[in-house]
Design a protein around this ligand. Structure first.
Ligand SMILES: Cc1cc2nc3c(=O)[nH]c(=O)nc-3n(C[C@H](O)[C@H](O)[C@H](O)COP(=O)(O)OP(=O)(O)OC[C@H]3O[C@@H](n4cnc5c(N)ncnc54)[C@H](O)[C@@H]3O)c2cc1C
Length: 402
């Protein structure tokens, strides 16, 4: 059996507590940053061999923006902000129905908002911690053993590590959750939809510059954004009875099967996907619902604990907010880690519960179940574009954020 790796102590320094963070996504890197700021020795374990740099668009406003600000990320993110853009609702063949100008979204959301690629957010976090924390790529966790006062984590390379705290930030299919809390099926709530999103290496055809086209039909939505080179991307979501079959088929064949009949920018986007299928994020839409996010000195964070789904549009925001609050609460409770984790969970649960409920309610807006729902949704979007309505929309968004 391999010897146990303890926290390195430097001569003359007060002993530092160690935290092992599993997952170098948004939640994991945000936790690494916050815990380093609190003076902890941080080790990050990431299964992927290297960082993922591109991805889909994420919006940060309200508490998500506030958390990014508290973590010191806004100066790095502001130059990468995509900003607001015009949305053009289209027919299946790509012809325009009506447009919602960028100014409408801007008036509704306000100035404290960022729209960035997930990869840019991840890069901002990575740049903030690189050289300060120990990040081990191509590694995962194989076993977790808790004892009085600590946790021993066994890694896939055979290393055994003694730590005061283990943070499982390893996403919706979390291995830490499986090892400590039990199998995925106990917490996984399949919402019966798929989501696919990928960046476009070439500016998409048939989409006006500085705009995104959106087709919303019964059971499916496709959006293609033309925001210039290196900034254009797509978003697809559709209802499906068997997500495992779609996952087995893969992103390009599944999305082509579900959207291949559409015109406009969709055909070009699907063509680009076929040339680089690995660039796609493609998964079932599922929430993680748990009674407890911590067990002793092991805590789950981000999608691993509470995935709210893309229909909430809030997972990255919660990952940042959750990581930031975790650092603050641990600092307030000194060595009493289990009490700190309880306090942190109590403070965060109402927000997570609200976002999960909003996502379930919002599903029919993203993927209308019938033609009648499509028409009702269009009526609402046309109304939003009317002068004078933006104030009402802003107040509705503010209410959701408070
Ligand atoms: C299309 C789309 C649009 C979205 N839009 C928004 C939005 O507008 N606003 C918003 O706030 N949120 C949005 N989200 C949600 C947001 O992206 C996620 O909720 C957030 O990124 C979750 O971060 P995470 O770090 O918890 O998980 P992940 O991003 O899944 O990161 C988990 C990390 O752990 C690693 N890992 C996994 N398993 C292991 C293992 N066994 N060992 C070691 N490492 C492991 C993974 O490689 C990964 O790096 C969107 C999501 C999607 C799919």
């Amino acid at each position: 059996m391999a010897a146990i790796e303890n926290t390195p102590q430097h001569h003359g320094e007060a002993p530092r507590k160690r935290v092992v963070v599993v997952g170098a996504g948004i939640a994991g890197l945000a936790a690494a940053l916050r815990m380093h700021q609190q003076g902890w020795d941080v080790v990050v374990i990431e299964r992927a061999q290297t960082r993922r740099s591109s991805g889909y668009l994420v919006n940060l406003h309200g508490p998500g923006y506030d958390a990014a600000e508290r973590l010191g990320l806004v100066p790095a993110l502001a130059p990468r902000d995509i900003g607001f853009f015009t949305s053009v609702l289209v027919h299946a063949d790509g012809r325009e129905k009506f447009a919602i100008p960028a100014a409408v979204a801007e008036a509704a959301v306000g100035a404290r908002a960022l729209s960035v690629f997930r990869g840019d957010l991840e890069s901002a976090l990575y740049d903030a911690v690189v050289g300060l924390v120990d990040i081990r790529f191509g590694t995962t966790v194989q076993a977790v053993d808790q004892h009085d006062g600590g946790v021993v984590v066994t890694l896939s390379d055979g290393t055994r590590m003694e730590t005061e705290l283990l943070i499982g930030a390893d996403g919706v299919h979390s291995r830490v959750r499986e090892l400590v809390f039990g199998p995925e099926h106990e917490y996984f709530v399949d919402l019966g939809h798929m989501v696919g999103a990928f960046p476009l290496h070439q500016v998409p055809e048939h989409v006006p510059e500085g705009a995104g086209t959106t087709f919303i039909g019964p059971g499916r939505t496709a959006a293609v954004m033309n925001l210039g080179p290196e900034r254009s991307s797509t978003f697809f979501t559709y209802r499906c009875p068997d997500s495992n079959a779609e996952l087995a088929l893969g992103a390009a064949p599944s999305l082509t099967q579900a959207f291949g009949d559409l015109g406009g920018g969709v055909a070009d986007a699907l063509g680009q996907l076929e040339a680089d299928p690995a660039a796609a994020y493609f998964d079932s839409v599922a929430q993680i619902v748990m009674d407890r996010w911590s067990h002793g000195r092991v805590v789950l964070l981000g999608d691993a604990a509470w995935c709210v789904t893309v229909f909430a549009g809030y997972g990255a925001a919660l990952a940042l907010d959750g990581a930031d609050r975790l650092g603050t609460t641990l600092a307030a409770h000194g060595d009493d880690i289990p009490t700190a984790l309880d306090t942190w969970e109590t403070s965060l649960r109402p927000e997570v519960g609200k976002r999960q409920a909003l996502a379930r309610k919002g599903m029919s807006r993203f993927v209308p179940p019938s033609r009648a729902h499509v028409w009702a949704g269009e009526l609402m979007l046309r109304a939003i574009a009317l002068p004078g309505i933006q104030g009402l929309v802003r107040r509705a968004i503010q209410r959701a954020n408070n």
